[in-house]
Write a protein that binds this ligand. Structure first.
Ligand code: FES
Ligand SMILES: [Fe+2]
Length: 346
């Protein structure tokens, strides 16, 4: 079961062109393309006649022509031609269409009731248009694990001490106390570490000498969007409730998890920082470091998925799991409420 009435990231806008692109999302086969004016389209990737994937057909103008008997559909899923019986288009020759939108360089898709799709509800990236902030190109990774293992991982600031030894680890990431807060959009797990050295990844990015106060802010938002904020500020200027000072370095790593199916996750990310907006070398270095770190996560999470599926003795939970368990509970509640709503409407 997935939360359906919400926006998921389908992919990077740059990867959708004037061609048919099949993708599986939330266990559903979807075909994407762009109309001549650039408008993105997402349709169920199955012809209503014999369910041949429409992605095996042809894009003609703004329509898709089925590769078996030529039924033709426009971007709304309406049948515009049935060449084998012109003038007698079957009434049920309709394809499901999904609301889609380009924003922040990403293509977003609404997997639930199209009537409820509201573009104002697309997750907001603060400061996206702020010229003082710099952005990495980001990337995309397929992980052979359930998306909730990635969600758990991104609510777990402690794993960096073991999984990301050469990048995000640092004094206190293993044992300093964590706070957990529920918000109206999910859960935040955080900790301030005082008087530490910047972690290896941030050492050259931070613009001041000496020790720092460091914030690990791991926030998960429904359905599965993680905002991982790292703050490094001169020692004595950080701590709960502190405001940034001139030298405060902020990087926010945005992570968008979209279930492909129960066992596979599409993981998309980019990073957004409050310094060096036009420095391509810094962007590249940060992105390369992130790619390396996310591959470290991939190895662990794929093995966790397998290990949990094949366990012979019961597993345990620990204190560090509180945020992940809370988020899963809140997400489940939303999924159940949505299912009740769907059942009531039927
Ligand atoms: S399968 Fe598409 S028209 Fe027959
Ligand atoms: Fe990680």
């Amino acid at each position: 079961m997935y939360l359906r009435n919400c926006w998921y990231v389908a992919g990077w806008s740059r990867d959708y062109e004037r061609s048919l692109k099949p993708q599986k999302l939330l266990g559903e086969n979807v075909v994407f393309y762009r109309q001549a004016d650039g408008t993105p389209v997402a349709l169920e990737d199955a012809c209503p006649h014999r369910k041949l994937p429409l992605s095996m057909g042809q894009l003609e103008g703004d329509t898709v022509v089925c590769g078996y008997h030529g039924l033709t559909f426009d971007g709304t899923g309406r049948c515009t031609d049935s060449p084998t019986q012109r003038g007698m288009t079957p009434r049920r020759a309709v394809v499901k269409s999904y609301p889609v939108a380009d924003r922040y360089g990403l293509l977003w898709i609404w997997m639930g009731d199209p009537e409820q799709a509201d573009r104002d509800e697309i997750f907001e990236i603060e400061n996206y248009d702020n010229p003082a902030w710099g952005c990495t190109d980001g990337g995309v990774l397929s992980m052979e694990c359930n998306y909730l293992w990635v969600v758990d991982n991104l609510l777990d600031p402690s794993h960096v001490a073991w999984v990301h030894v050469t990048s995000f680890a640092g004094a206190g990431t293993d044992d300093q106390p964590l706070t957990m807060d529920k918000t109206d959009r999910g859960v935040i797990v955080a900790r301030w570490i005082s008087g530490a050295e910047p972690s290896p990844y941030y050492k050259d990015l931070v613009r001041f000498e000496g020790a720092c106060d460091r914030l690990q802010h791991y926030e998960m938002c429904f359905p599965a969007i993680a905002l991982n904020k790292s703050i490094y500020t001169p020692v004595g200027t950080g701590g709960p409730g502190s405001e940034p000072v001139e030298k405060t370095y902020i990087n926010i790593s945005y992570n968008f998890m979209t279930p492909i199916d129960e066992n596979t996750t599409q993981y998309i990310w980019f990073q957004h920082r409050n310094t060096d907006p036009h420095d391509a070398a810094i962007s590249k270095k940060m992105n390369d470091g992130a790619i390396m770190a996310f591959h470290e996560d991939k190895v662990v999470l794929e093995a966790v998925h397998k290990g949990m599926a094949e366990m012979k003795t019961p597993n345990i939970d620990m204190g560090l799991d509180l945020g992940a368990k809370t988020f899963r509970m809140l997400l489940n509640r939303r999924i159940e409420a949505e299912q009740d709503q769907i059942a009531a409407a039927e």
